[in-house]
Design a protein around this ligand. Structure first.
Ligand code: GDP
Length: 365
């Protein structure tokens, strides 16, 4: 237990359990939360997460301001990292979509094609964004484009940065702090009305601010429900190396024990997996799959480890049909996607922990 109950910086209740949540202190008897400490001493923001309800309160607050909304999404989990209802909540404020982590796309990718795909998807989701930028905050790709788009659409307004967790929001904002803001001034925090939450404000030259909002947690993404250790395994480090499998019908692929892909019916065809190399892919016969899973989950089929498997929801099935002559991806939110390359359709069943989002989409690549 801490001798000090509340942060001397922002007033939030201190806690030592969860480093991603508000009020975290790494050691006993700290008087200031880690987030305030970093802001104060390093001019650096750290990721803070929020559950959906609180997050939506903040979004609707943004809707009442006159601002530019910068929505960061993750190209590796595009649909999983979209914020549902964003357009409705931010009202008439323009949204710029920054698609981060493009360094993960396979080498020699045509980024124009990816850009068109993103714009089309955004439109289908009714997002109505004024512009889209592809970038990598980590590898410093496309950052100049981000700066240009912000200058173009900002028109003297504050910029609110919103995104799901793990999309690279803090990485990007810390870059913005270095390249865009007026560093003579310090970062400040402002109390968000009615909560203990403080939004970090990064001053701009014209007296306006970049405002960082907490990342929203979606438990429909594999990244949010697995252990830290397994998270490292399913998060690709470098550009994806697609793995191609020629399958006959009634064959199955296991992605560790995190997901199972049954090719139930269709002509022999290839499936291309865009999944981190650290996830073991095992091919077997559909008829053997149940037994193999029971015997090998957490062992040969890993991640996760046996211990971590206990904390995951049980598998549920998603039956999917690929129509003839369509090029579709099966996205397993947070884990990656499988591109189906056949011309004559396929019947698939995808097994994932209950609650994890599985969708069919037009192929990205
Ligand atoms: P936040 O939760 O949205 O604030 O995300 P963070 O900035 O903490 O980043 C989450 C994870 O994504 C970290 O492991 C980062 O190293 C990684 N990351 C951030 N930006 C990029 C990027 O452009 N490319 C890749 N490959 N990883 C990134």
């Amino acid at each position: 237990p801490n001798q000090f109950e509340f942060c001397s910086g922002c007033g939030v209740k201190l806690q030592r359990n969860d480093s991603k949540k508000l009020g975290y202190v790494p050691k006993e008897n700290a008087t200031i939360c880690q987030r305030c400490y970093k802001i104060k001493h390093y001019n650096e923001i750290s990721s803070i997460t929020l559950e959906e309800d609180d997050f939506l309160k903040i979004l609707s607050h943004v809707g009442q301001t006159k601002s530019l909304v910068l929505n960061i999404v993750d190209i590796f989990d595009f649909e999983g990292s979209l914020i549902s209802g964003l357009k409705r909540f931010v009202g008439s404020n323009p949204i710029v979509m920054v698609v981060n982590k493009v360094d993960l796309l396979p080498r020699n990718m045509n980024l124009n094609k990816v850009m068109n795909w993103v714009k089309k998807q955004a439109k289908e989701y009714g997002l109505n964004v004024v512009d889209v930028v592809l970038c990598s905050a980590k590898k410093n790709i496309g950052f100049q484009d981000v700066l240009e788009v912000l200058s173009k659409y900002r028109k003297g307004r504050d910029i609110y940065v919103v995104g799901a967790t793990n999309v690279g929001k803090s990485t990007l904002i810390n870059r913005l702090i270095n390249d865009f803001s007026d560093l003579d001034e310090e970062l400040t925090t402002s109390r968000y009305p009615g909560t203990t939450l403080n939004l970090v404000k990064i001053p701009l030259e014209d007296g306006k601010y970049i405002v960082d909002t907490p990342g929203i947690v979606y438990t429909s993404r594999m990244t949010e429900i697995i252990s830290k250790h397994d998270l490292q395994k399913i998060t690709p480090e470098q550009s994806l190396k697609p793995r191609v499998y020629q399958l006959n019908e009634r064959q199955t692929l296991f992605f560790g024990a995190l997901a199972r892909f049954d090719f139930v019916q269709g002509e022999r065809q290839s499936f291309t997996c865009f999944i981190s190399n650290s996830v073991y892919v095992h091919r077997t016969k559909l008829d053997n799959a149940d037994e193999l899973y029971e015997n090998q989950k957490g062992e040969m089929l890993s991640p996760p480890s046996i211990k971590d498997l206990e904390t995951l929801p049980l598998f549920t099935k998603h039956a999917l049909r690929i129509p003839k002559n369509e090029r579709l991806d099966v996205l397993i939110s947070g884990l990656g996607w499988i591109k189906c390359n056949g011309d004559n359709g396929a019947e698939l069943v995808i097994h994932v922990p209950k609650g994890i989002k599985v969708i069919l989409r037009e192929s990205m690549l």
